[in-house]
Ligand binder design. Structure first.
Ligand code: TXA
Ligand code: MG
Length: 341
C-alpha cells in the first residue's frame, strides 16, 4: 500500500485534511499529530477499521485503545456513567494530555476496549488533531503510532519509519510538544487512580478533585497494572540503555562511556544542554524536565539510527511533576539498568 504524507504547516493547509478525514470516517487508518505523541487513528465505531490498527502496529489484542474526541458532548455517546470527578477533570484539562476512563456504553466495540466494560477517552489539544477529528465527525480510536515495543513517535518521520507501506495516510503536523503519552486516570472505582503518569501531573489533578492514588503496580513490579498496556516492555531502543541518576551522574556517565568505548562499543549519551560528556554520540535534551520529556523518545530513536550499541542517559531531574512520567518511560526502556550515584 502506498502511504500518503500530508504536511500541515499552518491553518492555511487545513483544507488538505479533508481527504484523510473522509477516509478515516470510512474506515481507513490515519496517523496524526497530537500534543503528546502521534496517534494511529481509526473510526472507533467501525470494528474492521479498529482491527487494522492492531495488525499495522503488531499490537496485542488485550491492550485497549483510547478514543479521541473533539467535543465534550461526544462523551455521552460513549460513556454509560460520568462521575462528577470525571466531569470535573474533563472540564479542567480538556483539550489536553489527560485520558479519562469511564464505564462504557454498548455501542463501543469490544476490540476498542479489549472486552473491558470501561472506555478510555481523550480530547487532544493539538489543532491539527482537533481539525481532523472534526472533519471526520466520528470518535477516533488511536494508540501511539509506533510499531509495538518501539518508542512512541513524536515526529511524522518516526511514524513513517515504522508504518510506511502499512497505512494509507500520515499527517505531518511537526514535533509533538509534550513528547510523552497522556496521563491515564481511572474514574470507575471508588477512588480515582492514575494508571499512567503523563503530561498532566498528580498535583494538577489533586487541585481539582482532591487526593488521588497511583496504581500500585507503577512502583511494585510484582503487581499487575490496571492499564493492560503498562505491563509490556515499552519504548525500548535497540541499544542497551542505562539511566544514571544523582548528584554525581555526569561524572559517572563519563567514566562508564570511557570504559564502554575502550571495549569498542559504539556508545551514546543523552543529557542536558549544559553538560559535556565525551562519547561516540551525544544528544542533548534541553535544560528543563519539560524539554527533556519532549526530546526523550526522539533521542532514543536517533541513537538507533546512529548505530549506538549502548546508551547512557543522565537524568538530573528528580521532581514529581512531568519527571514522574519521564522516570516511568525511561526506567522501562532501561529494563532495570539504573545507576544511582
Ligand atoms: O497520549 C496518548 O495517550 C497517545 C495519543 C495518541 O493520544 N495515545 C496512547 O495510546 O498512548 P496507547 O494505546 O499507546 O496507550 C493507551 C494506554 C494503554 O496502556 C492502555 O492499556 C490503556 O491506555 N487503556 C486504554 N483503555 C483502557 C481501559 N479501558 N482501562 C484501562 N487502561 C486502558
Ligand atoms: Mg503506545
Amino acid at each position: 500500500m502506498e502511504t500518503k504524507l500530508i504536511k500541515i504547516e499552518s491553518k492555511k493547509d487545513f483544507n488538505k485534511l479533508t481527504e484523510a478525514a473522509e477516509a478515516l470516517a470510512d474506515g481507513a487508518l490515519v496517523a496524526f499529530p497530537t500534543e503528546t505523541v502521534y496517534g494511529l487513528g481509526a473510526n472507533a465505531l467501525n470494528e474492521n477499521a479498529v482491527s487494522e490498527i492492531f495488525k499495522a502496529k503488531g499490537r496485542p489484542s488485550d491492550n485497549p485503545l483510547i478514543v479521541h474526541i473533539f467535543d465534550i458532548g461526544q462523551v455521552e455517546m460513549l460513556a454509560e456513567e460520568i462521575k462528577p470527578c470525571a466531569k470535573a477533570l474533563m472540564e479542567k484539562f480538556w483539550p489536553g494530555p489527560l485520558t479519562v476512563i469511564v464505564k462504557r456504553k454498548e455501542c463501543v466495540p469490544d476490540c476498542v476496549t479489549a472486552g473491558l466494560d470501561t472506555v478510555a477517552i481523550r480530547m487532544p489539544s493539538n489543532e491539527v488533531a482537533i481539525k481532523l477529528l472534526k472533519l471526520s465527525g466520528v470518535p477516533v480510536a488511536a494508540p501511539s503510532a509506533n510499531t509495538s515495543g518501539k518508542p512512541s513517535p513524536t515526529k511524522a518521520s518516526h511514524v513513517y519509519s515504522d508504518l510506511n507501506g502499512k497505512i494509507p495516510y500520515i499527517i505531518d503536523g511537526g514535533a509533538s510538544k509534550v513528547g510523552l503519552e497522556s496521563t491515564v486516570i481511572d474514574t470507575t472505582e471508588d477512588e480515582p487512580k492514575i494508571l499512567r503518569p503523563g503530561g498532566i501531573t498528580k498535583k494538577q489533578i489533586e487541585e481539582v478533585i482532591g487526593s488521588v492514588l497511583y496504581d500500585p503496580a507503577l512502583s511494585d513490579p510484582s503487581k499487575t497494572p490496571k492499564a493492560p498496556g503498562m505491563k509490556y516492555k515499552h519504548y525500548a531502543p535497540k541499544a542497551e540503555l542505562t539511566v544514571i541518576l544523582g548528584e554525581k551522574a555526569t561524572e559517572e556517565a563519563q567514566k562508564l562511556c570511557k570504559v564502554s568505548m575502550e571495549e569498542n562499543i559504539k556508545t551514546g549519551v543523552i543529557c542536558c544542554e549544559n553538560e559535556e560528556i565525551f562519547a561516540d554520540f551525544i544528544i542533548k535534551c534541553g535544560n528543563s524536565a519539560e524539554k527533556y520529556a519532549a526530546g526523550l523518545f526522539a533521542a532514543l530513536r536517533e541513537m538507533d539510527d546512529l548505530g549506538a550499541e549502548r546508551i547512557y542517559a543522565v537524568l538530573p531531574f528528580d521532581g514529581d511533576g512531568i519527571e514522574t512520567a519521564i522516570r516511568n518511560r525511561i526506567f522501562k526502556a532501561a529494563a532495570g539498568r539504573i545507576v544511582r550515584c
